[in-house]
Ligand binder design. Structure first.
Ligand SMILES: [Zn+2]
Length: 693
């Protein structure tokens, strides 16, 4: 999704840029920048106190991150914006310059402010002679390692345009025009492979001039993680990543892992070599590398790399300068923190005893063995503690509804910057651990089959004495700074009376203060995004662009057919019954597809003896249908799809299919007024084509 209309963002940007350097401090630390939303409020005295307490208790005297972030700086990137080939702005650092013009903001948690300033590094850095990074061109970093004949790229960002710009900056200063001889995808998330076409030419890959190396099961997981619940994840990204929020002290203020995600062309070239064994050692462009698969850690397909001759340890996204997500707010299966911790421990004992530099796919490197061990040990314990202590408490009866208020990290870890919650938070991660092991139910039968919120809320409102009483008490709690209490009752009122704008505005005011108080950008953005939608409704705008052909190609036919079963509105399929055989002769696959019991199923490797219809199409021609470039009719007319039997079943099947709209309502009474259904491609999981992390 690009450019959803949002009045006010230009105003906020202009205001941010007009702010004179060094102005406005302390109590007035955000007063000179107007709020982008006419209904927006400044931070309250209570919010400012929360941020003051954080300033007083967090280890701001430890400035090693700033030393490490600056170290090896070679050249800045001069253009603050990078254009996409399609014409729009793919990357924009101008909108975040306000962060560099003031030391502090009363509407941004000081720790979040700190990581965002660190993430404003924007240029080329030397890690050690022979290893370089371009940082700040995307959510992730791109790294260059000197091989015998050229450069080995690790993790080519999300977008071809930003990756290309990074290579250009690198070549201007360090690269000496030597070719890129290999690419390593460290893991399956899109911010680590989507920019591949900005780095290498596919013809060179096919000709064997460029090797692409990836961890075990890479292709399986690149796309599949985000398909089935893709539209819901897409919608939830509007909250986690604050997609509609302008960059502002009152809006988006960085994303923790980086400033944001680039919005350019996403591509995928399949790896030419997969690291299959747990640990494999081989030469890449003449340089010996040791690859350590770390499956089901930060990503389902993932690997660390050690370069013995350089004593350089690449920790992928397994160890960055933050507590990462165990549970991710956009929605995903909960990750396994104990497994994650063990893989960090293995890296510590296999390579961390002698490594002299450690670098990763986000943030900045760590130098010196003592520092490396400090960070590896802290990160190992961070995830193990999360697992162990949450389960310790759960085994004593603490439920998923309480754990976030009970779980605390050990003090020694809380006082380390590299364990702060810039992506995961102790709150949502601890709930995730309970979810992983025990699921949603707290074992209280009252929550077994609860009423839906919109059904229970009217009873609450009635019993609480009506809207006026709730508003009065809600305002009082708001004024006292008891925002969590205020949200509890105002949320009921908003569910009971979705058209009560005064109630929605007051709940928005409460959410906004909670947003300002959060260290974690996902939590902050979620509160601020909900406040925005409560005040103004969901803005209309264009729907996501179609997935690139590379992404379609990476999707298996089975995954596509499975997803058709999800797209089908089963209520429209009552009474239908038919069987289709699908044959794709060019790749030797066959499927039996059955519609029965209002359920669409498919089975790979089988054909029905008496199908209603047999479809024969080359996989490559099927991809045009999967990607929406061609209709079934067009492929039939072109002679590319052969139908044998009763073609009318296809019309029946089509009549049951629904196009998901990524703008469905989350908060009551915020529904889009514009009735035009935005047509999102089924597996269009996220605004910028794939979900990064
Ligand atoms: Zn990432």
């Amino acid at each position: 999704m690009r450019k959803l209309a949002l009045a006010g963002s230009a105003v906020a940007l202009a205001a941010a840029l007009a702010l004179p350097a060094g102005s406005a401090r302390a109590q007035q630390a955000t007063a000179s920048i107007p709020h982008f939303d006419p209904k927006g409020k400044p931070p309250s005295v209570h919010t400012r106190q929360v941020l003051e307490r954080a300033r007083a208790t967090l280890p701001f005297s430890d400035t090693r991150d700033f030393d490490e972030q600056k170290r090896g700086f070679i050249a800045p990137m001069k253009d603050l914006k990078i254009r996409a080939d399609a014409g729009h702005v793919a990357w924009d650092m101008e909108r975040y310059q306000f962060l560099l013009k003031q030391d502090r903001f009363d509407s941004i948690h000081p720790s979040l402010n700190r990581i965002s300033v660190l993430n404003m590094n924007y240029g080329l850095y030397e890690v050690i002679p022979g290893i370089y990074q371009v940082r700040g061109f995307d959510l992730a970093d791109i790294s260059f390692v000197r091989g015998k004949t050229g450069w080995i790229v690790i993790d080519p960002l999300t977008a071809a345009e930003t990756a290309r710009a990074a290579v250009k900056l690198f070549q201007e200063h360090v690269g000496k025009g030597l070719p890129i001889t290999a690419v390593i995808y460290s893991h399956s998330h899109g911010d680590h492979w989507g920019g591949i076409r900005g780095v290498v030419d596919e013809a060179d890959v096919r000709a064997g001039k460029v090797q692409i190396i990836a961890p075990r099961d890479f292709m399986n997981h690149t796309i599949s993680e985000n398909v089935y619940a893709g539209n819901a994840m897409n919608r939830r990204l509007f909250y986690q990543y604050g997609v509609l929020l302008p960059a502002s002290p009152f809006g988006h203020a960085g994303q923790g892992l980086g400033m944001n995600i680039a919005a350019g062309a996403l591509g995928l070239i399949a790896p030419t070599r997969i690291v299959e064994k747990d640990i494999e050692e081989f030469e890449v462009d003449g340089l010996k590398m040791v690859f350590q698969n770390t499956p089901f850690t930060e990503a389902p397909s993932n690997m660390n790399t050690y370069i013995p001759s350089m004593k350089a340890l690449w920790m992928a996204e397994n160890v960055t300068a933050t507590l990462h997500n165990i549970y991710t707010l956009r929605g995903a299966p909960v990750r396994d923190p104990l497994n994650w911790s063990k893989y960090i421990a293995r890296a510590l004992y296999l390579y961390g005893q002698e490594a002299e530099v450690m670098f990763a796919s986000h943030h900045w490197p760590r130098w010196g063995n003592a520092r490396i061990q400090e960070v590896l040990r802290g990160q190992r314990d961070l995830y193990a503690h999360m697992n162990n202590q949450v389960l310790h408490l759960a085994n004593q009866g603490v439920t998923i509804n309480e754990i976030h208020n009970v779980y605390r990290m050990p003090k020694s870890l809380e006082q380390q910057w590299f364990t702060r919650g810039y992506h995961g938070s102790p709150e949502h991660n601890s709930r995730g651990v309970v979810q992983r092991f025990l699921g949603f139910w707290d074992a209280n039968p009252a929550t077994l089959i609860p009423l839906s919120p919109s059904d229970s809320a009217p009873l609450y409102v009635e019993m609480m004495g009506g809207a006026e009483k709730i508003m009065a008490r809600g305002r009082q709690l708001h004024d006292e700074g008891k925002y969590l209490h205020a949200q509890e009752i105002l949320n009921k009122l908003v569910y009971a009376q979705p058209t009560n704008q005064a109630a929605k505005d007051l709940l928005a005011d409460v959410f906004e203060q909670l947003g300002y108080q959060q260290e974690n950008p996902g939590l902050r953005n979620s509160y601020l995004a909900a406040a925005y939608e409560l005040r103004s409704g969901i803005p209309s705008g264009t729907a996501p662009n179609s997935s690139g052909p590379d992404v379609i190609r990476a999707m298996s036919t089975e995954l596509f057919l499975n997803f058709l079963g999800i797209r089908m509105d089963s209520r429209k399929a009552e009474g239908m019954r038919f069987t289709i055989n699908l044959i794709t002769p060019d790749n030797g696959e066959k499927f039996v597809i059955e519609l029965e019991n209002a359920t669409l199923t498919n089975l790979s490797g089988f054909l029905a003896p008496k199908p209603d219809l047999t479809m024969t199409i080359r996989r490559v021609d099927l991809e045009a249908i999967m990607g929406g470039a061609k209709t079934i009719e067009a492929q039939v007319a072109a002679g590319l799809l052969k139908l044998d039997g009763d073609a009318a079943v296809l019309a029946k099947l089509a009549s049951t299919m629904v196009d998901f709209d990524p703008r469905f309502q989350i908060m009551p009474g915020t529904k889009l007024r514009d009735t035009g259904v935005s047509k999102a491609l089924p597996y269009e999981a996220v605004p910028r084509q794939t979900i990064a992390e």
